[in-house]
Each structure stands twice: as C-alpha cells, then as structure tokens.
Write a protein that binds this ligand. Structure first.
Ligand code: SF4
Length: 363
C-alpha cells in the first residue's frame, strides 16, 4: 500500500488545495501515513507571502530532508516555488509545483487517475482559533476567484496569481448547495481579492451574493479578503445584500490608516473613504463581525502615519484585528524602497495596535 504525508503552513486557500491534493492521492491508491519515515510521498504545501513564513518553510524543509528516508519522494507545492524560487532551489533539488500548476502532480507520482483540476476548489476546512473569535470549527470554504486587479507594491502573491480569474457563478452555487447537502451551515467565500469577483466575467460579488442568499436554508457566510477599493466601488449594492442577515463576518485588509502609506502601497483608496463606509456598515448591521487586516512597518512609515492607523482602529471599532509586519518580498516594487523600519519598532507598533484594539473593545 502506497503511503503519503501532507504538510501545509498557509492560508485557507492553501488549505483548500491541500485537501484537493489529499483527495487526488487517495484516488490514486495512497493511504495516509502518520510517520514521515514510512511515507512514499511527502508533499509540503508552502506559504511565503512574508519573510517569516518563507523562513519557516526553509527550516521545515531542512528538517524533512534530514529525517526522511531515501525511498520517500518529497514534493514542494504552494506559493514558495513562485515567490522565491531561487531560495527554494538553493535548498531543494526535487520536484515542485504551484497553485496554478497542480496538474504537474500527475507526472510526479505517475498517477493513473489524472483529473486533479476537476477536484473542486471548495472543501471543508478547520478554522484557526483566533480568526473568528471562536473555537476552531469545521466550515465549508469556497474559492470564488484567482488573482486580483491590483498591483500592491508589497505583494508577492500577485506574482503567483498575476491575472484575475473568476469562477463561474453556477459552479459556485452548485458547490454551495453541495456544502449545504453535506450538512455545513457556515461557508467561507475567499480568493486573493473577493471584492473584484466577476469583473472579468461581466458580473460582480453583489450579484453572486444575491443568488446565494436567496437559497431557502439556514446558513452563515464569512467573506474574506474584501479589498477596500472593490468594496467602495460596490457601494450601496453591497450594503443592500447585507440586509439578508446571512453574511455574518467580513474581513477587510485596510492595511494602513495613512493616505501617504496607502499611496506608497499602491492601494487605490483613501483612508477616510473606507473608514466612513465601515462606520456606516457597522451602524446599519451591528450583528456583522468585522476583522481588519493591518500592516505595520511599511518603509518610511512615520510615527504620525502609525497614529493615523491607530486612530482608524479607534474610530471603526472592529471586532477583531490581525496585524502583519512588512517584509521585503522578491520581485515586488516595495523591495526596492529604502528607509526600512527596524524590526523592534515594527514589533512595538504591532503591540500598541493590539493594546489599542483591546482597550476600545473591552472598555
Ligand atoms: S489585492 Fe493587492 S495584496 Fe491582494 S492579492 Fe492583489 S496585489 Fe496582492
């Protein structure tokens, strides 16, 4: 019996792909192994959106290569092969593929059943413990699109998904109904930027949501990676679809409260625009939980820029925040920006933001 072991250190999109790889291996007669040394195939589905995750990948890769036996075939998947191929090849000489070349796995394992691309990008996954202010729970995650329409200066993920590709609305609705039939009540809709869904296929996110909330059943929708510029463009239409009370959680990457930094990040919105939109949304729909993703330490970020971000959190009163520290990513415009912020300052600003958030949340 051929055996496999799978590792993943990435986001919900990475975990959907890990599930798909697992289904593919099982279709080809593999069974799960609980031991690295006893595995014929070892697949590590990597994340490298920031330097910290990339370092974690390389360290883990070194450990796997040290511990595995000669018979085990190690294959690297995910975003690292695109985001920093040079560093990967400096540490690994085996087969690798990325999220847009999953079909390479067919050749790597000499698969009989070759249809990996038909395995749905909609899978049950376990949530992280802090994301939704709840205990980890099994939810049904649906990727609704690949890529985006932006070119944010710090973003390496753009190099993995250079173009926007929205899934067909019918396919998403079928996957949603399939999840309901399997008994799921909580659905996560995600992508690199869900706010630009359908812009390449003549529809948009609001139309998709309108079709989903019409489904006669009890369920909750969590919307991930709602980029502010796309959200502002949807404007009232998006606010109207929230009347359905089926959308219970929104995650918005505002990144900064400083217009100077937003412009250097090449983000296409002003802080006050999205701040006012969020305030209106929260006033209209207090039952919706809101997470804000924020980046601290972008090159040249001054104390005043940081205070703009702190004020943004105070004025919008989110239910949750996630703070990321800037790191230089290969082949991104921000890689060449000077005046980097010291790591200790980034850590201090991250701590201050979480303290501010807790203060306004629990005062
Ligand atoms: S919207 Fe910006 S941060 Fe998000 S995937 Fe696109 S380029 Fe990257």
């Amino acid at each position: 019996m051929k055996r496999y072991i799978l590792y993943s250190n990435g986001c919900y999109l990475n975990r959907i792909d890990t599930k798909r790889i697992e289904i593919f291996l099982k279709k080809n007669g593999y069974t799960l192994s609980d031991n690295l040394r006893d595995s014929d195939i070892i697949i590590f589905n990597t994340c490298a959106y920031c330097k910290e995750m990339e370092d974690e990948c390389i360290k883990f890769l070194e450990n796997i290569q040290r511990l595995k036996t000669k018979k085990s075939k190690l294959i690297i998947a995910g975003c690292l092969p695109v985001i920093n191929k040079k560093r990967l090849l400096a540490n690994f000489r085996g087969p690798y593929f990325n999220p847009l070349s999953m079909d390479s796995l067919v050749e790597f394992i000499g698969a009989k059943h070759k249809e990996i691309d038909t395995i749905p990008t909609a899978q049950p996954i376990l949530t992280d413990d802090n994301t939704f202010n709840q205990k980890p729970q099994k939810i049904f995650a649906i990727r609704i699109s690949y890529g985006c329409l932006n070119r944010c200066s710090f973003c390496a993920v753009k190099n993995v998904f250079p173009k926007l590709h929205s899934k067909d609305k019918k396919e998403i609705l079928e996957q949603f109904l399939g999840g309901l039939k399997s008994g799921y009540k909580t659905f996560l809709l995600t992508g690199e930027d869900t706010s630009c869904y359908g812009k390449d296929t003549g529809t948009d996110l609001t139309e998709l949501l309108m079709d989903i909330v019409k489904i006669k059943s009890e369920f909750n929708i969590y919307l991930y990676r709602l980029n502010p510029d796309g959200l502002l463009k949807m404007g009232k239409d998006f606010l109207n679809v929230l009347k359905s009370k089926k959308i219970k959680y929104l995650s918005i990457p505002i990144n900064s409260g400083s217009n100077r930094i937003l412009s250097l990040m090449n983000r296409n919105y002003k802080a006050e625009e999205i701040k006012n939109y969020i305030k209106k949304l929260k006033k209209l729909y207090p039952f919706i939980r809101l997470n804000l993703d924020i980046m601290v330490g972008f090159p040249t970020e001054t104390w005043k820029d940081f205070q703009d971000t702190q004020r943004f959190v105070c004025e919008t009163k989110p239910d949750n925040i996630r703070v990321f520290k800037f790191s230089k990513r290969p082949n991104t415009p921000a890689y060449y920006l000077g005046r980097l912020i010291p790591k200790s300052t980034m850590q201090k600003r991250s701590n201050i933001l979480y303290k501010t958030f807790r203060f306004i949340k629990y005062k």
